[in-house]
Design a protein around this ligand. Structure first.
Ligand code: AMP
Length: 290
């Protein structure tokens, strides 16, 4: 495994793979790697000839300077995890390497995909930062497939739209959310969730589970289902920043809940802001066909 820090070095390192028309799989991350990231690497390893992992805490997608400052950075451990998962190249550029002095480029999508939910609460500049850095990374790595997590459902949709609108020859593969044994969605930010807050963090999963069981119990009204999900967070002393039931492709709110609807949630827990989501399943159907 090779660790490279410059764009020129990565291009050079990937030249033989490109010459041999090897398939390149790409996993973009901000580091502080955990099992969620590992699931992406594993998928890439089984599907592609060459696996590139990037670790870059992208300053342009942070709306909160304190969040950027305290974002965990665990370079040495990350390199070991990448190696263990069979990554071929780790790309770890500096902010100056990615954004040269005088750089003014911004790649942005507009509309509800970037303005709603995370965009509404963090500001749509968050997604403009994401689409800008992902475009640059795709141009640098030129992967055949790029792997993203369902944990950041809206981000995955934004990236799909980006690739479609810019006619980028990259397939986007979305990998299921990896959770701790107690259901908490893994996240680099969990490192800051300690003590009582760690128990409170389970409020997000409790809300998602309640949405599904309300659906299983026959509730189809989105407003009523949302209310029940919010109530399920109360014992955890967690108040959502938003909790919404939306169409899983357009992210527009739905009135009637059908299988495939996306329940999305963001909530502050102690010093961090956590997000999670689930797709409503038709469990009755699952039981019938089992
Ligand atoms: P991040 O380093 O948080 O920017 O995440 C890098 C990639 O890993 C993104 O595509 C995330 O959606 C994905 N990811 C983060 N947490 C998880 C998780 N718990 N399960 C699956 N994928 C995840």
């Amino acid at each position: 495994m090779l660790v490279v820090r410059t764009i020129a070095d990565l291009r050079e390192a990937l030249r033989p793979a490109r010459r041999e028309e090897a398939s390149i799989g790409f996993v973009p991350t901000m580091g502080a790697l955990h099992h969620g990231h590992e699931a992406l690497m594993e998928r890439a390893r089984t599907e592609c000839d060459v696996v590139v992992l990037s670790i870059f805490v992208n300053p342009t997608q942070f709306n909160d300077p304190t969040d950027l400052e305290r974002y965990p950075r665990t370079e040495e451990a990350d390199v070991a995890i990448a190696e263990k998962n069979g990554v071929d190249f780790v790309f770890m550029p500096s902010a100056e390497e990615m954004y040269r002095p005088g750089s003014t480029i911004e790649v942005r999508l507009d509309g509800p995909l970037v303005d709603s939910l995370e965009g509404a609460h963090r500001g749509s500049d968050h997604f403009h930062g994401v689409t800008t850095v992902v475009t640059k990374l795709f141009n640098i790595v030129q992967p055949e497939v790029a792997y993203f997590g369902q944990k950041d459902a809206q981000q995955a949709l934004v990236i799909r739209a980006l690739v479609r609108e810019l006619d980028m020859p990259v397939r986007i593969d979305v990998v299921q959310t990896v959770r701790e044994d107690d259901g908490l969605a893994m996240s680099s930010r969990n490192i800051h969730v300690k003590g009582r807050d760690r128990e409170r963090a389970l409020g997000l999963k409790a809300a998602l589970d309640e949405a599904q069981s309300a659906y299983d119990g026959g509730e189809r009204d989105a407003a009523a289902l949302t209310e029940r999900a919010v109530a399920a967070m109360k014992p955890f002393e967690v108040v959502p920043e938003y909790l919404a039931i939306v169409d899983r492709v357009t992210l527009q709110p739905v009135e009637t809940v059908e299988p495939g609807a996306l329940v999305v949630i963001a909530a502050p827990v102690g010093p961090v802001r956590l997000i999670d989501n689930t797709v409503i399943k038709d469990t009755a159907q699952l039981t019938r066909s089992a």
